[in-house]
Ligand binder design. Structure first.
Ligand code: 6PG
Length: 264
């Protein structure tokens, strides 16, 4: 796994570079497999990525958008992650059927099972290769909270140990609203590309704890020993994990991490 830290000199520069990279992954995915499966998160992400709707070279007709997590509220509720993406998606030209929403009319448990079924139907899962029994997103776009959570995987929560379900329900999220549906580690870690987007000073003291410098002077995630759920996301050999942050979020990273960062 290659781990890269990308630091934007301005919010605009960060957004541009991120969008360029996502569009490049989309092109490669469509070329290789005819489709670009992308999982997205809520929070500040859709605002940062507004320009993705008109990204050069991104063929939205070949994109399939999934939700890495969703809050169990109606899809037109202001707390809904789908709702936060709705404007961007409607201006992108993506066919409506290519946006796979969580059925929030169901109970959280049933909504999670139903979303897992949708994944099962969309991804050809099978074979002996590593990860072949799991869906494989071309890109999973993840946020990180100041407590280190990602998706709806929170520090110390039993869901961090979930290895069977691809999609799980959570009834006691410390970040409101409490009822949510989230992808689990087995699926996240099977992604071809994981892109974390973390902006703002609220993440400054956290970031240095999520990344470590190896003896070979490479960055890697702190891993399973870390109490922070975001640090436990690890993609496989030959795959990419990218941390995209702004100056504020990077402001407390020590020089040994910053020396290995890429700026844009
Ligand atoms: C959610 C999210 C969550 C989010 C982080 C970061 O539904 O609440 O998917 O995991 O991505 O909390 O949020 P910010 O980008 O707003 O800091």
């Amino acid at each position: 796994m290659t781990t890269t830290l990308l630091v934007g000199s301005t919010p605009d520069a960060l957004a541009k570079e991120l969008i360029r990279r996502i569009a490049a992954i989309a092109r490669d995915s469509v070329e290789a497999r005819g489709v670009f499966n992308i999982a997205v998160s809520g929070g500040s992400m859709p605002k940062i990525l507004t320009g993705l709707a008109t990204a050069e070279g991104l063929d939205w007709r070949k994109c399939k958008v999934w939700f890495a997590d969703e809050r169990c509220v109606p899809l037109d509720h202001s707390d809904s992650n789908y709702k936060a993406w709705a404007d961007l998606l409607s201006s992108s030209g993506i066919p409506e059927g290519n946006v796979v929403t969580v059925d929030t009319d169901l109970s959280p448990k049933d909504a999670a099972a139903n979303y897992e079924e949708a994944l099962r139907a969309a991804f050809s899962v099978g074979g002996d290769a590593i990860g072949a029994q799991l869906p494989c997103f071309d890109a999973a776009l993840l946020g990180v909270g100041p407590d280190g959570h990602t998706c709806s995987l929170f520090p110390g929560h039993p869901l961090l140990e979930e290895r069977g379900k691809w999609v799980a329900d959570i009834e006691d999220s410390p970040k409101p609203p409490p009822q949510r549906v989230t992808l689990t580690y087995p699926v996240l870690n099977n992604s071809r590309n994981v892109i974390f987007i973390g902006t703002g000073g609220g993440k400054a003291s956290l970031l240095p704890q999520l990344l470590v410098v190896t003896g070979a002077r490479k960055l890697k995630s702190a891993g399973d020993a870390s109490p922070y759920p975001a640090a436990r996301v690890r993609v496989g050999e030959g795959r990419e994990l990218l941390w995209c942050v702004d100056q504020a979020a990077a402001s407390q990273c020590p020089p040994e991490i910053m020396e290995l960062a890429t700026t844009c």
